[in-house]
Write a protein that binds this ligand. Structure first.
Ligand SMILES: Cc1cc2nc3c(=O)[nH]c(=O)nc-3n(C[C@H](O)[C@H](O)[C@H](O)COP(=O)(O)O)c2cc1C
Length: 306
């Protein structure tokens, strides 16, 4: 298949707001840090930041970036607060909270408490001064390790490096073994460009088996006609290439699979038309792959190869 044409851009060659649009619409979806902070005077603030991620589990480090306001290069309240009191809570919101979360991004004057404005419940933290939001499924109490200014013009980021000192998770959302959150229950929410968010639900969740310690054979070891098949997608090929050489079906397994009803039917129905027979077998490979039956897919592939 022909590769799509590229738009190539050198940063600085576009107006800043257009460049920003390319970045936030392509680096997406982004998780959202829902950050509570406190000023030296004790004023509480709560605001969303999607320039955010986890950068280390041990030590436990989360990072977000508060840009200065593009219009006048002024710092946001969150940044002012963490400069005064080097602590924060990074709350994690989910889909049921997304409209309230969005409301907290309103540019209220400094000192206005967005917990009150957006209907969140303040709970005292164990180890830091800013409170956490009780409604949020996860909350990380953090001390600020470092604030790194990334530029000095309007819109420049300020990297806030946070070390987690305590964490809280809603019990009802834990996995059955009590470790980690269950993605089917969490209804995670993330930010894209513009006004777009996405919600993780049954339609958007998928499982991709990790290579972990095994070494899949790789694309280059797939038979050429498979690699260049116009029936199989890159995802189909990726799943086939993730199988270890030692785990490929044996010749005896492949032979026995001739009797599998779907295979036997396809072989006999298209007996007189080898090209169509191969196409139908490839469709069967695809069907097995999409049902997660990788061994079965490989058996059909190997018998089609004969
Ligand atoms: C979902 C979402 C994500 C946001 N992410 C960022 C971000 O990563 N960095 C940033 O500077 N502003 C971000 N904003 C905008 C700030 O939340 C907004 O400027 C807010 O008024 C800042 O509040 P504060 O001045 O109380 O800190 C985001 C807004 C929303 C709704």
């Amino acid at each position: 298949m022909p590769l799509p044409p590229y738009r190539t851009i050198t940063p600085g060659s576009l107006p800043a707001n257009e460049w920003y649009q390319f970045m936030v619409t392509s680096v997406a979806p982004r998780p959202i840090a829902f950050v509570s902070t406190i000023s030296a005077a004790g004023e509480v603030n709560l605001s969303p930041y999607s320039f955010f991620n986890v950068f280390s589990a041990s030590p436990p480090i989360l990072i977000f970036s508060a840009t200065t306001r593009a219009r006048d290069n002024s710092p946001k309240d969150t940044l002012l607060n963490v400069r005064e009191v080097a602590e924060c809570v990074i709350n994690i919101a989910n889909y049921p909270l997304v409209e309230q979360l969005s409301l907290t991004s309103t540019e209220y004057p400094r000192g206005v408490n967005e917990f009150a404005k957006a209907g969140f419940t303040e709970v005292a933290s164990d180890k830091v001064r800013p409170p956490r939001a009780a409604e949020c499924p996860a909350a990380y109490e953090c001390v600020i390790e470092q604030i790194v200014p990334l530029g000095n013009t309007g819109g420049a980021g300020n990297l806030v490096i946070c070390r987690v000192v305590q964490a809280h998770f809603h019990e009802t959302l834990l996995n059955d073994n009590g470790i980690g959150l269950n993605p089917h229950k969490l209804e995670a929410v993330a930010r894209l460009g513009g006004d777009y968010y996405c919600r993780v639900g049954p339609q958007s969740l998928l499982e991709v088996p990790r290579p972990n310690r095994h070494q899949g054979i790789g694309f280059d070891q797939l038979p050429a006609h498979v690699r260049h098949s116009d029936l199989l997608t890159g995802n189909n090929l990726g799943r086939l290439a993730n199988v270890e050489a030692a785990a490929l079906p044996s010749a005896a397994d492949v032979q026995a699979f001739h009797h599998e009803p779907l295979v036997a039917y396809t072989l006999s129905k298209y007996h007189g038309d080898p090209a169509e027979q191969r196409r139908q077998l490839m469709l069967l490979v695809k069907q097995y792959l999409e049902e997660g039956l990788v061994q079965e897919a490989w058996k059909v592939l190997l018998l089609a190869d004969k």
